[in-house]
Design a protein around this ligand. Structure first.
Ligand code: RB5
Length: 154
């Protein structure tokens, strides 16, 4: 079983109201959380936070990442641009479980406008408590192979 201790955490302005509660939830479960923002007022751009969380996970400073924006979609698109990242938007607990179990996702992306606080917390807990199943490794290796081939693109 994977030993997840350190989490990289980031949100945009869409999650301002829930971010501290989610962080407390993570601390209460025993995780060490590095918060990459957004902690300011007004609006911001989700790629700025997605890239910091993604780099922290890709560089193995954090074991997993949690990103929250309005839908989770923008965060996942941006985070997946970083080499080594498999970021998944999850719509319910089942997809949160499968993102880890089948897809070896290292970042969970959630939407503050598409889920309640309680749903967000449940998805995070399920994601972090579900180990990757090695029988899916061949497919993940193929994804890594695609990543290596990116130089083919213009
Ligand atoms: C910000 O309004 C919103 O676009 C962002 O939080 C996110 O939902 C993007 O995917």
């Amino acid at each position: 079983m994977e030993n997840i201790k350190k989490l990289a955490f980031g949100t945009d302005h869409a999650a301002t109201e829930i971010r501290e509660t989610v962080k407390k939830y993570l601390h209460d479960m025993g995780y060490e959380v590095e918060d990459f923002g957004f902690c300011g007022q007004g609006s911001c751009d989700y790629p700025d936070f997605a890239v910091q969380v993604a780099e922290s996970v890709a560089n193995k400073k954090a074991d997993k990442g949690i990103l929250i924006c309005g839908t989770g979609i923008g965060m996942s698109i941006a985070a997946n641009k970083v080499k080594g990242i498999i970021a998944a938007v999850c719509w319910d607990e089942d997809t949160a479980r499968l993102a880890s179990q089948h897809n070896c996702a290292n970042i969970l992306c959630l939407g503050s406008r598409t889920a309640t606080l309680s749903e967000i917390c449940h998805r995070i807990k399920t994601f972090l408590n579900t180990p990757f199943e090695e029988r899916h490794k061949k497919r993940i290796d193929k994804i890594k192979e695609i990543e290596k081939q990116q130089y083919r693109c213009q």
